[in-house]
Structures are given as C-alpha cells and as structure tokens.
Design a protein around this ligand. Structure first.
Ligand code: ADP
Ligand code: ADP
Ligand code: ZN
Ligand code: ZN
Length: 847
C-alpha cells in the first residue's frame, strides 16, 4: 500500500520541505530540497540566503531539539523567537558552523577548539617519558588553565609584567612638579598625588635624580596607600609653614605608588584609552620560571620524542603528525621484538598516538597543517576557524545530521578548494546532508542541488528564483548568479596602470616571512595572493601598515577597537617585526588599514553610530518643533546614554535570561519591546517616523527616506557603494561578519573627501561577497586608485586578481614552507612566467 505521507516512506528519497517561510525578507517561500546531498544556497549579499539556511532551517531544527531535551524551556524558547514559517518537514537534526562573529577569547586556542588538547594532555600523562623517580602526573597537571597545572610564578600567563623605572621616569633631571613621573595620571589626579607627597614630607621641587634612593624607591614601588589631609599646590617649605600656622587643609588625598598605579589601572580600568596609556609603561618579559611555557616545572619535564608538551604544541600540525607517526612506528616495533618492561605504557602510547593522528588528518587535509595547537583564536581568520570546526566535525562520527555552513571556502586559494570539496563529499558519504551558503563558483558547480535566492537584496530579494540541480540555473533569466556560474559576466578587462613610483620593502621578517624584499607600485592596485598560510596577512596587514606608518611618523589607522583582553594588548605583539621601507613614498601621507576586526564589541555600536550618520539623524529629531517644545536635545535620542532610552534594558533592546543547563539567551525587552527607547522619546516623529523605526530601516530604505539630507545621504551612499545596502542601520556591530565589518570601515573611508594621498591596506575585501557585489566593490577600489591613492590588498578570487595592476604571489607552501615571494608583475606577466598552479587559475580568469 502507498503511505499517506511520502516523507515517511523509506522507498522515496526523503526531502526537506519548507512551507511559507517569511523570516526577515523572505516572501512566503516554499521550497523542497533533497537530503543526503550537497545543497548550495546562492544569491547576492542580503538576498536572504542566511535567513533561509540559518534563520529558518537551522533555527527550527534547533528549536525542536531544545524542546525535546528541555520541555520546561518552552516558554523561554518562545520568547527567544521562533522562525516565521508555516511548516518544515523532513528536517534532520542540524549542526551549524558559522563564521565567528564578535569577540574571541585569547584563552582559547587551536588545541582547545578542536578539543584535541585534552587528548595531548592524556598522551603526556599516560605515555610520556618521565625523569627517573618522578611520579606520574594527571592529565590536568598538563593544563595551563588549571590551578594544578599552571606555572606558580606567572599563573599560566607565561609572562610577567614589569614597570621599569626608566619608563616611569624617562627624564630624571626633571622635578616631580615638572612631571618627572611620566606614568602618573595627568590633570587633577596627578596634582593630588603630588600634593599628598608634599604632605608626607617629600620634596617635589628638586630634580628626581637628586632625591635619596630610598625616597625614590618608596614613591615608585610602595604598596601602601596613605590617606591624609593636604594643602593644595605648595612647596615642601610652604606646606610645613602652613601646618605650623594651623592652616585648614584643602582636602584629603590618597597616595598610590607609581608602579601600583600602572598595574592597578591596567588590571581594572574599563576605559580602553586609559588602558592603552598605562600599557606604555609596562614591559612584559618571559616568566623566569617557565620561560613562557606557562606550565609547572615537573609537567615540563615529561617528554615525547624529546619534546615537552609546550614544544610539542608549538609544532606545525603537519610536522607533529610526522613526529607522531615515527614514534608510533618505533613503539610498535619495540613491542613486537621483545617483552618490554613497560609494554602497557607502549600500548597506551600507540593507542593514544594513533587516535591523535586520526584527529589531525582532516585538519591537515583542509590546508591547516601550518597551524600549531598553541595558536590563539584571535590570531585566526574567520575562515580558518570555521575550517577547524569543520575538521573537528569530521571525526565526530555523527551521521544523519544536516551541517549548515557559512561560506566554508572563505580564505581558501582555488587550489585548496578541491580539498574542501573532498571533505564535504566525505561528510555526505557518511550519510549527512550539507546546506551551504556559498559564493565560490567552484562549489556551486560541484553542488548536487542549488537554491538561488534574489533577485536583489533586502526588499528586492527574498524569492526563490531556482531550486534544482545546478545545470538548470542556466534557464533562469532573473538570476544574477547565473552569469557567473555559466560565464559571460564579470569585470571588464583592465589595462594595468603605470605606477607613479615604487615603494621598496627590504629585509622583511615577521611570522613566516623569510627576510624578503620586494617593490610595490604607488598609485596602483596591488593584489597579494598565495595559498592559505603563505604569509599574505603577515605582510599586508601586519608589516606594511606598521612600517609605512613608522616611516611617515603617523599611527596607522583611525579606528582602533578597544581590546577587552589584557593578554592581547601586550603578549600578542610579536617581537620579530623587522624590515625597512626605502625608496619613494611620494604622495603618500596616510596609511589606512581596513581589516576584518569587529567595529565594536558590544551591541551598542552599530552601522549608524560607527559611520557617524546617527549623530546627524539625532540632530534632525532634536530640531523638530515637538522636540524643542519638550526641550529634547540630541542626546535624548541616543540609546547609549540615560535620558531617552528604555531604563529596563538600558537601551539594549534585549535582556539576558540565564538558563540553568543551557547557554543563556537574550530575549526581547518586555518594556520597550526591542525598540530601545522610552515611549515618550518615540512620540517624536521626523517625516512621520520615530527614531526606533529609523534604526530598523535598511540602508537602502533609509536612502529613499532621507532624500535631500546631504550629510546623511553621504554615509548611506558610501554604504550602498560597498554593497551593504541590505544592512539595517541599527544592526549591532556584534552581528556583523568580519567581511561586513571591513566593508563598513571602507564605507566610512569613502565618505570622507578624497585627497588622493592615502595608502589603503585591505585583507580579503571580497570574502563573503557574491561575485556581483565583489565586482562593485572592486570598481570602487579602482576609483580610489584613479583619484591618486594606492591600494594593496590580499585577494584570492582570480577574477579580481586579474584586474589588478600588479600581483605579488607568496608561497610556495604554507607556514615555514611559505613566506617567499614566488612571482611578481602584471597579471599577464605572472601567466607568462607560468610558475605553479596559480598561473593556470589566473590564466583562466584573464581569458
Ligand atoms: P544573505 O545571507 O543572502 O546575505 P540575509 O539573510 O542575511 O542575506 O539578509 C536578508 C535580509 O534580511 C536583509 O535585508 C537583511 O538586512 C535582513 N536581516 C538580516 N538579519 C536580520 C535581523 N536579525 N533582523 C531583521 N532583518 C534582518
Ligand atoms: P595567509 O594570510 O597567507 O593565510 P598568514 O600571514 O596568516 O598567512 O600566516 C603565515 C604564517 O604565519 C603561518 O605559519 C601562520 O601560522 C603564522 N602566523 C600568522 N599570524 C600569526 C600570529 N599572530 N602569531 C603567530 N604566528 C602567526
Ligand atoms: Zn611561569
Ligand atoms: Zn527596553
């Protein structure tokens, strides 16, 4: 008999069926896609791909899972929001691997996010070589994050912070009144510390170097914080007279030693500016006990292949794998040949070692063998992080799930995409489904099924234009994607410009860059390319802005996101930056590095605040007759300061709910319903809309709405030009992908008047962009160059590399096998030289 519901039949390949999806911009979409297949979602940025794949399919699967494990959480799930969809059937449990958004902790590393660290600790604990007479340690004793394992001197940080005297007092010929103690706060607090010193009987009017040593030591190093009445702004003699005369003290002040002030401020201040200021007086040195290895001494005495666990964790993973293979082979040989006294231990080593090799293989296959376990996550790109997670999934033996992925090809050179496709096929062959949001044409061509959404972004998107095997897309006239998959669309061929001059970089060393020298053209567009890990970011994002900035005597970039992590501020500043810039820098006065770091770490920063357009909008609201009547100033329309914002959520629009056994969730604020403002603030209208409605508009909607308002339109136009017309003005910075954050920064630059004297440095500006959006962005970069500026960018899309004026290829391999300049010249030169597989990909793009 025929079953009533075809999805319950085992004869028919089960499908995932979606009916009436309306999340965000989706237009009541119906869709059927196969299971156990590679399904790729395509469309221009903002068309609705993520709303469908993540916002609807994954969210619904997640909701059902939460409900099944924790029925009591139902109320909270309802509050957290359910996807706007009529029904979904046939959806397997889902695992989402998204590109990391928002902050990352410096305490997590490649080892911890792949969960391989625990295996390594087990290996050392059970099967490591212990010195004679030392008793066996537990696995926790090898962890720098536990009290048991951490080095007792530096508490597992690996560094100790010193506040050297010559930094606190750079000029000992000055008196304290003349600010000999440079590390003290400026303004009133500095005066107060000086007044207290006078009250304590110290002379602040003799040169620092003439004070007795014990006075100097006390002022700098005391841990005491005496509190006492003082007379303001007197010399020591005057103060003595005042006290003798019984004059009334001006106020009571507290003394803090100069060193203590720096350390306390560094540890406790909430202000990034203060932190940066005091950090200048700190110097971090390796811990004298563990020498930077962060572990207690007896744990470091245990070795495998002659390496302690810190050295082991610092090896590139491909090297680690070969070390392990050799060790396992020799352990097996020893076990086979004689009755070994510690045969048990050898057997444990073989078992654990082989397990570790199995875990490493997919990481190396995904082109990440150049990483080491100890690399911290903030130094990884979003693409590297996602591929690590993907590799971790591969060994998890899950089947029957759907993996929902966000542009897994990001950061991959075309050469590495084949390995990625192999991994995706492997997951599928094990009985899983793959739903992938992608911009890579290679992955679209490899898909079993393609879902194209569009045709445009935001309001102009949200329809399924095509759902079926990739070949069928050729028939869909409306699809922007079609032209890229089947050829015929793309960037106009470009005649390389003649450079205005050359900047010469010499003896560059950083990370894996091997003392390289190269010339870069001024007034041109340069693309730096090469496989993942070859050194592109090291050169373009780390070395170039720092060196050129030094040479120009300016700081590099206008935006410097506050780091909330002490470790980042000092510890991650590698000491091996080296090199020089010589030659002409004719016409370059500024360096602007536009990177993928978040534009803000809290939901309080958003596109409107970052570009500055919100200031203009708030002023418009304050200028309305209604606002003037109520004396509402622009600040009234801010959600960052008290006044007009909702007091319950303090302008966040959401409140956090702690769940006992589950991650905490944010739910809409019950008072302002997510609008962030008090109802009285919302009563003020400008052109018929309130301030919350403005924040809810997409950039494109706002562009129609603010017609004629020049200052606001300038920012909006710049945002549309970089392909961000679909973003909502109030979209929190924490929700933006790295690529989106980078494009917001680019837009902020574009809205400034161009003087043609800037060097722009960009790291993979087209990642996360549909080809059509990438083309528009590149056209914009070309206009920057036409205006006299210089652009140097990391780029992996050969279509884009083909329209650069100059190309630098780094390689030949990754990590220590890379770091060399393999080829330079115009795109045509590179193809003619024909070096390596790269030339082939570029030749295809040029033709
Ligand atoms: P894509 O993945 O194709 O780039 P998205 O699904 O992210 O597109 O976005 C589709 C539309 O939905 C855009 O107009 C975007 O501004 C809007 N959108 C995205 N996230 C949200 C959200 N959290 N709330 C409201 N609108 C959103
Ligand atoms: P690409 O940008 O070409 O992918 P990177 O410049 O990011 O390459 O990396 C080149 C090499 O430098 C790799 O071996 C990488 O592991 C190493 N590396 C990059 N950044 C850091 C860092 N912050 N700390 C230590 N090693 C790094
Ligand atoms: Zn230590
Ligand atoms: Zn509220």
């Amino acid at each position: 008999s025929v079953p009533a519901d075809p999805t319950s039949s085992t004869e028919i390949q089960p499908d995932v069926r979606v009916r009436g999806a309306r999340e965000h911009n989706l237009r009541n979409v119906d869709l059927t896609v196969p299971r156990d297949a590679l399904v790729v979602f395509t469309g221009v940025s903002g068309s609705g791909k993520s709303s469908l794949a993540f916002g609807t399919l994954f969210a619904e699967s997640q909701r059902r899972y939460l409900e099944s494990v924790a029925p009591y959480a139902r109320r909270l799930i309802d509050q957290a929001g359910v996807p706007d969809v009529d029904s979904i059937t046939g959806m397997p449990p889902a695992v989402a691997l998204q590109q990391q958004r928002g902050g990352r902790s410096a305490r997590s590393s490649v080892g911890s996010i792949t969960t391989v660290s625990s295996l390594v600790r087990m290996l050392y604990s059970r099967a490591g070589r212990y010195p004679e007479g030392q008793s066996m340690l537990l696995a926790e004793d090898f962890s720098t994050n536990t009290v048991e394992g951490a080095c007792p001197e530096c508490h597992g940080i690996g560094r100790v912070y010193e506040v050297p005297e010559d930094k606190m007092v750079p000029d000992p010929t000055l008196t304290i009144r003349e600010r000999a103690i440079a590390s003290w706060p400026k303004a009133w607090h500095g005066h107060q510390l000086r007044d207290v010193l006078v009250a304590l009987g110290y002379d602040v009017d003799v040169p620092w170097q003439d004070l007795p040593r014990e006075h100097r030591d006390w002022i700098l190093y005391t841990e005491e914080t005496p509190h006492l009445p003082v007379h303001s702004r007197l010399t020591l003699d005057e103060a003595r007279e005042a006290i003798a005369a019984g004059a009334e003290p001006t106020y009571s002040g507290t003394f803090v030693g100069a060193r203590k002030y720096v350390l306390d401020t560094f540890a406790n201040t909430k202000s990034a500016g203060m932190k940066r200021r005091v950090a200048e007086f700190l110097s971090a040195g390796p811990c004298p006990v563990c020498h930077g290895k962060k572990l207690r001494p007896d744990a470091l005495s245990v070795t495998i292949a002659g390496l302690d666990i810190a050295e082991f964790s610092a090896l590139p993973l491909h090297e680690l794998m070969s070390v392990l293979r050799d060790e396992v082979a020799s352990a097996k040989a020893t076990m086979d040949t004689h009755d070994h006294p510690s045969a048990d231990k050898l057997a444990a080593f073989v078992r654990l070692g082989e397990g570790l090799i199995d875990r490493l293989r997919p990481i190396v296959d995904l082109g990440l063998g150049y990483l080491s376990f100890d690399r911290t996550t903030p130094t990884l790109s979003g693409g590297e992080l996602q591929r690590l997670r993907l590799a971790t999934q591969l060994t998890s033996d899950l089947f029957g799930v759907v993996y929902v992925l966000d542009e897994p090809s990001a950061g991959l050179h075309p050469q590495d995409v084949d390995a990625l496709l192999g991994i995706l096929d492997g997951l599928k062959d094990r009985g899983n489904s793959l739903f992938v949001v992608e911009h890579s044409v290679d992955i679209m061509r490899h898909a079993d099924w393609l879902v194209d959404i569009g045709p445009g972004a935001g309001e102009r998107g949200g329809d399924v234009l095509y759902s079926g095997p990739t070949a069928g897309l050729a028939e869909i006239d409306e699809s922007v994607t079609r032209g890229y998959v089947f050829g015929g669309r793309g960037l106009e061929p470009h005649e390389p410009r003649h450079p205005r001059g050359w900047m010469k970089l010499a003896n560059i060393r950083r990370n894996n860059l091997h003392d390289i020298s190269l010339d870069l053209p001024l007034g041109s567009l340069t693309a730096v390319t090469g496989i993942s890990g070859s050194g592109k970011s090291s050169l373009v994002s780390q070395v170039l802005p720092a060196l050129v900035g030094d040479r120009l005597g300016t700081s590099t970039t206008a935006d410097e996101p506050a780091s909330d992590d002490d470790a980042l501020l000092l510890a991650d500043e590698p000491e091996d930056l080296d090199g020089t810039v010589t030659g002409e820098l004719t016409g370059i006065r500024r360096v602007v590095s536009i990177d993928q770091r978040p534009i803000g770490r809290t939901p309080r920063s958003n596109v409107a605040t970052y570009t500055g357009l919100f200031d203009h909008v708030r002023r418009r609201f304050a200028e309305t007759p209604e606002a003037r009547e109520r004396s509402y100033k622009p600040g009234r329309f801010s959600f960052n300061v008290a006044g007009g914002r909702c007091p319950t959520c303090e302008g966040e629009g959401s409140v956090m709910v702690e769940l006992l056994f589950l991650p905490s969730v944010y739910t809409e604020c019950p008072d302002c319903h997510g609008t962030r403002f008090q109802s009285s603030t919302l009563e003020i209208l400008w052109r018929g809309r309130n301030i919350a409605e403005i924040l809810g508009m997409s950039v494109e909607e706002a562009h129609d709405f603010f017609t004629g308002e020049f200052d606001i339109m300038r920012s909006l136009t710049a945002l549309i030009d970089v392909g961000l017309g679909y973003l909502r003005l109030g979209q929190p910075a924490t929700e933006l992908s790295g690529g989106e954050a980078q494009r917001v920064k680019l837009a902020s630059e574009l809205q400034r008047s161009q003087r043609g004297d800037t060097l722009y440095v960009l790291d993979e500006p087209t990642s996360g962009l549909h080809c059509a959006d990438a083309d528009r962005l590149v056209a914009h970069l070309q206009t920057l160059v036409d205006a006299g500026n210089t652009v140097i960018m990391v780029e992996l899309d050969m279509r884009v590399v083909a329209v650069a004026d100059h190309v630098v290829e780094l390689g030949p391999g990754a990590g220590d096998d890379g770091g060399w300049v393999v080829a330079t010249g115009t795109p045509a030169d590179i193809v003619d030289a024909g070096a390596g597989p790269f030339a082939t990909y570029l030749a295809a793009a040029l033709s």
